[in-house]
Design a protein around this ligand. Sequence first.
Ligand code: COA
Length: 190
Amino acid sequence: MVELKPYEECYKESVRETCIITGPAAARDNKTVRAWLLASFCDYYIEQEPENCFVLADRNNEAMGYIICAENYKEFKKVYLKKYVKAARRQGGFYAGLRTAVAIIPLAFYAKKYPAHLHIDIRPYYQRQGWGRKLMDRLLDHLRQKKVKGLILIVGKSNKQAISFYKKYGFKEVSNFFGFVAMGVDLNDD
Ligand SMILES: CC(C)(COP(=O)(O)OP(=O)(O)OC[C@H]1O[C@@H](n2cnc3c(N)ncnc32)[C@H](O)[C@@H]1OP(=O)(O)O)[C@@H](O)C(=O)NCCC(=O)NCCS
């Protein structure tokens, strides 16, 4: 059984582990892929914006899933480029750093309309039981309360299950490029 909780420091290692488990298989034993994955999709959010992160904690207080978010692209970009691209390069080499820098380019195009962006991942055992819905509801409520006007994400075109999940939440395709889809949702329309 898991429980939805606000992120805390004690979940850090299990969040990173969940990122690796749900990421590309190569991340498990390839240093470059692992460094890129953690720098691009995990570490910034839990270290810099823990208040915008929520986890599914199990009985051992380990995160079996999470939703993590950067609230404002401009602020995100400054710290991400300064700290996390460097960390990826240090840990995984030049190519990991380059990939980490490139990962955020598509977000820049839509930052005005959609200042916030998210990542969500749940370990396989807990998928398709409504936990993704609960995590998404929690983040959307949280961002609406903070008057954030829009939220965007990037998903692989072949990840049909995630695309169908996002559509259910009113995310619309805003762009389609090199095997990826950018999907956004307006918040605080009223
Ligand atoms: C995508 C993900 C976050 C969805 O979370 P989840 O807990 O599995 O989804 P839920 O059980 O809350 O499902 C909510 C709705 O999303 C849709 N959905 C979820 N999984 C689906 C699937 N495999 N196929 C089709 N629709 C799906 C359905 O509409 C579902 O509602 P329903 O069960 O009433 O039909 C989760 O499966 C996951 O972490 N997948 C692996 C990592 C990943 O792809 N992350 C996204 C990267 S961009």
